[in-house]
Design a protein around this ligand. Structure first.
Ligand SMILES: Nc1cc(-c2ccc3ccn(Cc4ccc(CN5CCCCC5)cc4)c3c2)n[nH]1
Length: 242
């Protein structure tokens, strides 16, 4: 998979050199190209923003640098990339979307700042990209970079070979509509607290049932919205319901 990221703060993407994503890049599973939007300006001040037509607070990102940057990137490959533009008004990013994006072979991320990017850039990009505006959640960040770090991590970890133990991708939160079960490790006693006996029993069938029950209980407590949707799909008996 090839990833391109355009930002006025390219150093914001440095964490993608670390840990599993960094290793995936060194192993050739992932190609990452970070571009400074200011490299696509031509004035002395390398201007990327201006005042909004129609008035209003803040500044808007100018269309010209974005148009040049996105045209330059699209011209570097022969397939049609997916352009992901984080924004508070976007489609919610979910594990299902992460799985779908992990099937693509080329993702390009546009990191907006200020009050956002001139709307004509989205329209221009549609000739060369499948454009997706994506929200990380119902809160407002200062720009797209943090969202891109999260999206890249969620997508890259699904690629074969990036996560050592693919089995750990199965029973995690949101993979099948339930939150994850609690985990424990040595020592068996800590802070006057014991590990649940079932986990020391060696009875793998009993452990699996206990973990599933824990997932149902946790989801009912923390995310009942998930539980009713997925229980219908799975036909589970809901905790506390006959
Ligand atoms: N999930 C999530 C993603 C983001 C995100 C992503 C990308 C950018 C680029 C800039 N910002 C900051 C921002 C965006 C919108 C407003 C509202 N403003 C009202 C008046 C008309 C223009 C828009 C304010 C500041 C971003 C924020 N936040 N949260």
């Amino acid at each position: 998979m090839r990833l391109d990221v355009v930002s006025i703060f390219p150093e914001y993407l440095a964490p993608l050199d670390l840990s599993l994503i960094g290793k995936a890049r060194r192993d050739g599973l992932l190609g990452l190209h970070v571009h400074d939007l200011r490299d696509f300006t031509h004035d002395r001040h390398r201007t990327v923003d201006d005042t909004p037509y129609g008035g209003g607070a803040g500044m808007v990102m100018k269309p010209e640098p974005w148009g040049e940057a996105l045209d330059h990137i699209a011209g570097q490959g022969d397939s049609r990339p997916t352009l992901i533009v984080p924004g508070p008004g976007g489609t919610p990013f979910t594990q299902a979307m992460a799985r779908e994006l992990a099937q693509q072979d080329w993702l390009v991320f546009a990191c907006g700042r200020y009050e956002g990017i001139d709307e004509r850039v989205y329209e221009h990009a549609r000739s060369a990209y499948d454009v997706r505006v994506v929200s990380l959640g119902d809160y407002v960040l200062n720009g797209g970079e943090v969202a891109v770090l999260a999206i890249v991590e969620a997508v890259a970890r699904l690629l074969p070979g990036v996560i050592g133990n693919a089995a750990s991708l199965v029973e995690e939160s949101h993979e099948d509509g339930l939150l994850e079960y609690p985990v424990y490790t040595k020592p068996a006693q800590w802070d006057g607290r014991a590990v649940p006996d079932v986990l020391l029993s060696g009875d793998h069938g009993r452990i699996a049932r206990w973990r599933h029950e824990q997932r149902l209980t946790r989801t009912a407590a923390r995310r009942p919205d998930l539980l009713h949707a997925s229980a219908t799909l799975r036909g589970d008996d809901l905790p506390g319901e006959l």
